[in-house]
Design a protein around this ligand. Structure first.
Ligand code: GLN
Ligand code: ZN
Length: 768
């Protein structure tokens, strides 16, 4: 860090962060863990790298001037799992393996298959509205919750030895109980007492080590709460708080506001409360309306921990001004853990300064905290260098601004979102034009990405081959793929997606306004990291993206080849969005770009076009009451925008990687696609019931086999699955397809599986 300042001489507003990324600057933790999993390094080497990483992270924070530095925010896999292990919530099946601590931990995280036994991993779920995933603790009736672990104490001690006093961080008891899965008759409330005792034991031990603060993360407070939840929360803390002794307790919330319980919670005996003032739409008004107790510290989450943009100092300083009127003591903080942003800009060598000047990743955010803290205590911050520089930045013209695109979005009319004639009429026209058999068979888009396919892409990216050579090779793959599908007897073919590595990155790379990073990895789960592209400016399509490949594919066959695009909501949800315009505006910009692509495909003679919305549900707001006004009211129209002006005979498909859309089934139908395929082989399939009950109009292709496994489904198995579906779905509306794209599968199993799928379709056609 260039800004190695010591702040001791100056009384500035204290600051902190909710947590720091764990994986390391260059994903060191990922690589060493994976080596450990493969048996290439031993436990000591793994622990040593982890220790060095923690030390480095603490030192960075110290040098950057962070006032309260977190510890125990490090994790080998996930913080919820850490808490489970700390409190002995370790299911018997893992204990029975009789492995040592760290291996038991990894068995829970990743499953175990070996000499000691064979057990699956704990379930994994999305962490609120992020792309991070936590492991779901499993609690049995006879689980004995008690403090058994050492992790927070060891890490506190480790930091102390480096001369750094830390604030231990841990998932709070309420969130822990809310996220856990109960295997027996006993439920959350039945474990509250025991868990509270375990937390008290932990606080005591932390107190003994000399910690001034401890942070309890309670993001479950920002969800829709019912009375029982509030009772559970109160029950836990009414027991814990009186026993806390000399250590101060920070109740940390994030990803939203705590409108259901603010009033009650500020009355409790917490020493500090952390609120998210960015995603928490009502956080300000709650503080203004109900005030904030004088005897507590407000941890003001104002530096966005979830996005990669520099903070607007002026905005934050004026927010602090407002909050100051209601509080006696404040600590400046991030909205949530910095776990959700990449590590540092220092590793980005190819970003132009005109672009990177607008970004702040985790390390740069530390510097922002420090600068803002200093500015709050300056007599007149309006003349300070840091303030002026930041102000100037926000006044700067940004690259990739397009008046054209803005105008197009502004001029969108109602009929841009309405496709005519209505779906039932289109269906008749499409049936007569496409002449598909009953139960049409198709796949979701990608075919196996073989070594040759990947090699072709790498060679092109490295500049070893030119575009013409690359495309010629892609065309070879396409041609093989078409021939294979014809031989297998599939009805609606795909071109195989050999030109893409990733369904979002590929479109991003071909759209103006997008920016890509080299090392900006963010943890998704365990050792898996993702590198989301950044929407920097107005998104615009400057040239056709997929038409040439599709035209070529269609030229090889008389059967229809599906055009294959990613939808605007998915592209948006898997990118870092801008903060200067709304999500709705970005979705519409991308929607217009995809619409142009749809039109080009149609003009090129493509009769069926699939627009994937694999991530539509991902950013559904945490609270139900926000679902429509904050999301679905623009997300569904953004999809409709893509296909509203195609001809009646052009059939529009969409695809989703999940089937849990019962609750928004009307909205899914409202996307007005002609056909939807979705994952169905692993799920409980309450969706089939919902489809029937809601008279779902869209034709459906519930996946008939799981593509996540190399296993080949038998004909019989597929027939049985289909028969079950036919109990709920009109036979004229049923399609037959796998769960998802086949790109991670091998060639042989793919062929076998699809052959069986076609055979199953033929059997069914004879029966009906
Ligand atoms: N069309 C994409 C594919 O087949 C869809 C991928 C997805 O749903 N995640 O790969
Ligand atoms: Zn999918």
């Amino acid at each position: 860090m260039k800004n190695e300042v010591s702040l001791e001489w100056r009384k500035v507003m204290n600051n902190t962060i909710v947590g720091f990324p764990r994986v390391g600057k260059l994903r060191e933790l990922k690589f060493i863990s994976e080596k450990y999993f493969r048996g290439e390094v031993n436990k000591e080497e793994l622990l040593q790298v982890a220790k060095e990483l923690r030390a480095e992270h603490w030192k960075f924070q110290k040098n950057a001037g962070v006032g309260m530095i977190p510890s125990n925010d490090f994790s080998f896999y996930d913080g919820v799992l850490d808490a489970a292990v700390l409190f002995n919530v370790i299911p018997k099946k893992y204990k029975d393996l009789q492995l040592d601590d760290i291996d038991t931990y990894f068995a829970m995280a990743r499953g175990y298959q070996g000499k000691a036994g064979d057990v699956k991993a704990l379930a994994m779920k999305k962490w609120f509205n992020t792309n991070y995933h936590y492991l779901v603790p499993e609690i049995d009736d006879d689980t004995e919750i008690k403090l058994v672990g050492e992790k927070p104490f060891q890490e506190y001690h480790e930091a102390s030895q480096l001369g750094i006093q830390t604030k231990p961080v841990i998932v709070g008891p309420f969130t822990f109980l809310k996220l856990a899965k109960y295997q027996g008759r006993k439920l959350a409330a039945d474990f509250a007492d025991e868990l509270a005792d375990a937390y008290i034991a932990m606080i005591r031990k932390i107190e003994g080590l000399g910690a001034e603060w401890i942070q309890f993360d309670e993001p479950s407070l920002v969800t829709d709460l019912i009375d029982d939840d509030l009772k559970l929360f109160a029950g836990l803390y009414e027991k814990i708080l009186p026993a806390k002794g000399g250590t101060k307790i920070l109740l940390q919330t994030y990803f939203g506001d705590i409108r259901d319980c603010y009033k009650e919670i500020v009355e409790l005996d917490f020493d500090g409360i952390g609120l998210d003032f960015v995603e928490g739409k009502e956080s300000f008004s709650l503080v203004e309306k109900y005030g904030f107790p004088k005897d507590k510290v407000l941890f003001a989450g104002l530096v966005n921990g979830k996005n990669i943009w520099k903070s607007n100092y002026e905005k934050i300083l004026s927010s602090l001004e407002v909050l100051k009127r209601h509080t006696d003591e404040m600590v400046l903080s991030t909205t949530c853990s910095l776990l959700h942003v990449p590590y540092t800009l220092e590793n980005e060598s190819s970003l132009k300064p005109e672009i990177s000047q607008f970004f702040a990743f985790a390390l740069e955010k530390l510097q922002e905290l420090n600068e803002i803290s200093i500015l709050t205590e300056t007599d007149d911050f309006r003349v300070e260098k840091e303030y002026l520089e930041n102000k100037e930045l926000f006044e700067k013209e940004r690259l990739y601004q397009s008046e054209d695109v803005k105008k197009q979005v502004n001029e969108l009319k109602e009929n841009d979102f309405v496709r005519l004639p209505v779906r039932s009429e289109r269906a008749i026209i499409q049936k007569s034009k496409l002449k598909l058999p009953l139960f049409p068979t198709t796949t979701i888009g990608s075919f196996p990405q073989t070594i040759e396919v990947k090699k072709n892409r790498t060679q092109f990216k490295k500049g070893e081959i030119d575009k013409a050579t690359y495309d010629a090779k892609v065309n070879e793959f396409i041609s093989d793929c078409i021939r294979e599908q014809e031989n297998m007897g599939i009805d609606v073919l795909v071109h195989g997606e050999y030109e893409r590595n990733d369904m979002v990155e590929f479109f991003g790379e071909n759209l103006e306004g997008y920016v890509f990073t080299e090392k900006a990895w963010v943890q998704s789960y365990g050792t898996r990291c993702v590198k989301p592209p950044i929407i920097f400016g107005d998104v615009k399509r400057t040239k056709p993206i997929t038409t040439e490949y599709l035209k070529y594919a269609q030229s090889l066959t008389d059967k229809p080849v599906k055009g294959m695009l990613t939808g605007p909501v998915t592209i948006l949800n898997w990118s870092f969005p801008r903060e200067d315009i709304s999500l709705k505006e970005m979705a519409f910009q991308i929607g217009i770009a995809i619409r142009e692509e749809v039109n080009d495909l149609e003009n090129a003679g493509i009769k069926i076009i699939q627009i994937d919305e694999a991530a539509l549900k991902e950013k559904l707001p945490i609270r139900k009451s926000d679902w429509y006004k904050e999301y679905l009211d623009w997300a569904i129209p953004a999809f409709r925008l893509c296909h509203s002006n195609v001809k009646s005979e052009t059939q529009i498909h969409t695809h989703m990687c999940y089937s849990e859309f019962d609750e928004i089934i009307k909205d899914i139908d409202n996307m007005d696609a002609d056909v939807i395929s979705f994952e169905a082989s692993r799920s409980k399939l309450t969706i089939l019931e919902a489809i029937k009950e809601n008279n779902f109009e869209t034709e459906v292709g519930p996946g008939v086999y799981d593509i996540h496994s190399p296993r080949v489904p038998s004909v019989d198995e597929i027939v049985k699955a289909l028969e079950k579906m036919l109990g709920k779905i009109d036979k004229n509306k049923l399609w037959i397809n796998p769960d998802c794209g086949l790109k991670t599968r091998g060639i042989t199993e793919t062929k076998e599986s699809l052959k069986n799928l076609v055979a199953a379709a033929n059997i069914l056609r004879e029966q009906y």
